[in-house]
Design a protein around this ligand. Structure first.
Ligand SMILES: *Cc1c(COP(=O)(O)O)cnc(C)c1O
Length: 480
């Protein structure tokens, strides 16, 4: 699309400016010499038009769900309706300050209170805190409550958190950061928690089991009630990683399945743009016996309005400055209220239907190791293609040439050459069909012209990057 001519890559010319200021009409003061620069700052000297073109060109290199299909498994890259942006920008929400007295922020407190109530219904929990700023932060908050609960019961011997080997990487890390030892639970050939292994590992030292259902293979843990019984009988708590609630909304809930604590990713399921490192929200929900440990301040509804209550002796305290990422909360509230319960149920039905449709069609060329009815996502293996010398990473890069974002690759770890696909409910059948055609085309290329796939992408402004170095030694400009 875009050709960068290397000879004109450096556009700066001495003396060229992109602004004009009126002549100064105040006396000129000179800085003390120890504060003054020894040499002029090395800034590019360019015109306003060059600057505009530079950033507009860069923005075209940016791929988002608004440019194309983004089947990144576990991340729920679905379309975020623009009405959410309109409400988040309303002056009364965007221009309030968290230190304003509560009587001047009643509307914001009401929105947060009502969002908590909605999330209680959606998760089947009895209490909610909106404070955590991300999924992993919600997990850590949940585990701090697990710790506080056991401590209150005098059970400080509970030092272990059980985590299935298919879990999202944040689960073992959150458990570790919360001071627990992580015990891995294997997955059966059917892709589910191994109950015998669970029975063998659960005990008096178990603080909690962390689980996501559907699990990261996209499969529903059908033994969830039995799993809950096994953990509860041993005195442990059940923690639900609800980052991906897309498959189950208004169908079932973590509360019905027997979980005690859950976090949600509002920036996945509840429609806030994410992926660029911007603000998120990872509210936690708890059953009644955990409510005393929820973070403070709590939003309490009293006769003459909403108040913020700090005085909760068993609370784990604050986990975030102020009350969470408020803009994300406004978006989630708008989304839930525009969808309603029937709409949320349709979201889940659409997400599950789309995933099963893609899984069935892609089986024509790709290995599907867990060949079951899936929920909102599924995991292929690129092992057929690997035999031809084409790796999953190559397939992912080749997809970029065709204008699609790549699925999640090499996760979950228990699938060889994993390709984890989550289509989401917001895509049309035409888009899904186009994606299938391209994936089948790439499988054919892997047989007939493997080098085409191995060397992809061919049509992007950059080819293969050293991704580890790019993340560790980030260089955001070309000035030495
Ligand atoms: C995204 C995700 C998380 C982590 O959420 P962050 O907001 O990125 O911290 C945790 N668990 C699962 C299953 C996820 O998909």
């Amino acid at each position: 699309m875009k050709k960068v001519n290397q000879t004109v890559f450096e556009q700066s010319r001495p003396g060229r400016v992109g602004y004009s200021l009126p002549e100064s009409d105040v006396p000129v003061k000179t800085l003390p010499s120890q504060l003054a620069r020894k040499e002029p700052a090395r800034l590019p000297e360019i015109s306003e038009l060059q600057l505009m073109r530079h950033y507009t060109r860069l923005s075209h290199d940016n791929f988002g769900v608004e440019n194309g299909f983004y089947p990144l498994g576990s991340c729920t890259m679905k379309y975020n309706p623009k009405i959410n942006e309109v409400t988040a920008r309303l002056e009364g929400f965007a221009h309030i300050h968290p230190l304003q007295p509560a009587q001047t922020t009643q509307g914001a407190l009401q929105l947060m209170y009502e969002l908590q109530e909605d999330l209680k219904v959606i998760t089947g929990m009895d209490g909610v805190s909106l404070q955590p700023a991300a999924g992993a932060h919600g997990e850590w908050t949940g585990l701090m409550m697990v710790r506080a609960y056991h401590k209150q019961n005098g059970e400080t011997n509970r030092t272990k958190v059980l985590v299935p080997d298919s879990a999202h990487g944040t689960n073992p890390s959150s458990a570790n950061i919360a001071g627990y030892d992580v015990v891995s639970i294997p997955t059966t050939e059917a892709g589910l928690v191994d109950l015998d292994a669970l029975r063998a590992k659960v005990g008096e030292d178990t603080a909690a089991l962390m689980l996501t259902n559907p699990n990261t293979l996209g499969l529903f843990e059908k033994d969830i009630v039995e799993i809950a019984d096994i953990v509860h009988e041993a005195g442990g708590l059940l923690y639900y990683d609800g980052a991906n609630l897309n498959a189950i909304m208004a169908k079932t809930s973590p509360g019905l399945m027997g979980f005690d604590i859950v976090h949600l990713n509002l920036h996945k399921t509840f429609s806030t743009p994410h992926g660029g490192g911007g603000p998120g929200a990872g509210p936690v929900g708890v059953k009644a016996h955990i409510i005393p440990f929820l973070p403070v301040p709590r939003i309490v509804k009293e006769d003459n309005g909403f108040v913020l209550k700090e005085d909760e002796p068993l609370s784990i305290g604050r986990v975030k400055g102020y009350y969470g990422n408020f803009g994300v909360l406004v978006r989630a509230y708008t989304y839930i209220r525009t969808m309603g319960p029937i709409g949320l149920r349709k979201v889940s039905e659409g997400a599950v239907l789309h995933a099963n449709y893609l899984a069935k069609r892609l089986q024509a060329a790709y290995d599907l190791p867990y060949d079951e009815v899936c929920k909102h996502e599924f995991v292929l293996s690129g092992k057929n293609q690997k035999k031809l010398g084409v790796r999953t990473l190559d397939i992912a890069k080749r997809l970029l040439d065709y204008g699609f974002y790549a699925p999640t690759v090499y996760f979950p770890l228990i699938v060889e050459e994993a390709i984890m696909i989550e289509p989401t409910e917001t895509e049309s059948k035409e888009t899904l069909d186009e994606f299938v055609e391209v994936m089948l085309q790439i499988a054919t290329e892997a047989k007939e012209h493997p080098e085409l796939v191995q060397q992809a992408p061919h049509h992007k402004s950059v080819r293969r990057l050293d991704e580890t170095r790019a993340a560790r030694q980030i260089k955001v400009n070309d000035y030495p």
